[in-house]
Design a protein around this ligand. Structure first.
Ligand code: SF4
Ligand code: SF4
Length: 249
């Protein structure tokens, strides 16, 4: 730096010997009470109700919009909403999300994990890094990723704080069919996204029954074969109407 550019330190108001009081001085009664004025906060708090929470013996519900543990959601027929696009991982400022996508076409016999072309094969969230900012759920194009009110996320090991896809997936609700299985015939991912798929259809149930007959999410099979309707030939040669038999409904 050139000599003509050097700056001399400016003598400020806080320089030794130059301090000037700028705050107005209390006078009269205020001046007399000034030494004990700070106790006003203490005295006013002594008569308020206690707000100490007895956690963990008593758990107070969070506010409805509290951002807690993440959840990977499903469509009503059980297919996963995550398409493995990694946008959430790119949006994360803490680099807490790891995603690996895969093609539904690689699954056998036309099965799908999610509607459309891709699904999230690997999905991890490292809760040692997550700061619960919610940027990942803003980035998700299918609303697959949301945040629950669950806040108890401590654990005894570092490895256990990395939550895998099966830990984050929403549980299957009543009527849902576990993936993989085909999409509802005649639909695309657009119909799924618009909410036009409201549950599994017979074709999907049949597919799962054929490929995973022991799947616990299968609905119970119809009770036995339908009774055969016998036609009774009358002597006159006319057919009689079958009679309604017990249990034939
Ligand atoms: S909430 Fe924030 S820090 Fe946590 S995974 Fe999502 S983007 Fe990353
Ligand atoms: S959770 Fe959403 S943003 Fe993340 S990979 Fe899945 S679809 Fe993409």
């Amino acid at each position: 730096m050139a000599d003509d550019q050097k700056h001399e330190p400016r003598p400020g108001p806080s320089a030794p010997g130059e301090y000037t009081q700028r705050r107005p001085q209390a006078k009269g009664l205020r001046e007399a009470l000034a030494p004990v004025a700070g106790f006003g906060v203490t005295f006013s708090s002594m008569f308020r109700p206690t707000v100490t929470e007895q956690y963990p013996r008593q758990k107070v519900p969070t506010k409805p919009r509290y951002h807690g543990r993440h959840q990977l959601n499903r469509y009503p027929d059980g297919l996963e909403k995550c398409i493995g696009c990694e946008l959430c991982a790119w949006a994360c400022p803490a680099d807490a999300i790891y995603v690996e996508g895969a093609d539904n076409a690689d699954l056998p016999d036309g099965g799908h994990m999610s509607p459309g072309e891709r699904y999230g094969r690997v999905y991890q969230i490292n809760y040692l890094r997550c700061i619960f900012c919610g940027l990942c759920i803003e980035a998700c194009p299918t609303r697959a990723l949301t945040m629950t009110n669950e806040y108890e996320l401590a654990g005894p090991t570092r490895e256990g704080m990395i939550w895998e896809k099966q830990d984050l997936l929403a549980p299957l609700r009543e009527g849902m069919l576990a993936a993989p299985h085909p999409m509802v015939p005649g639909t695309s991912d657009t119909e799924y996204y618009r909410g036009e798929v409201t549950g599994p259809v017979a074709e999907q149930v049949e597919w799962v029954r054929e490929h995973r007959p022991d799947d616990p999410t299968l609905p119970p099979e119809p009770a036995g074969p339908q009774p055969e309707v016998r036609r009774v030939t009358q002597p006159s040669g006319r057919s009689a109407r079958p009679s309604a038999r017990k249990g034939a409904r």
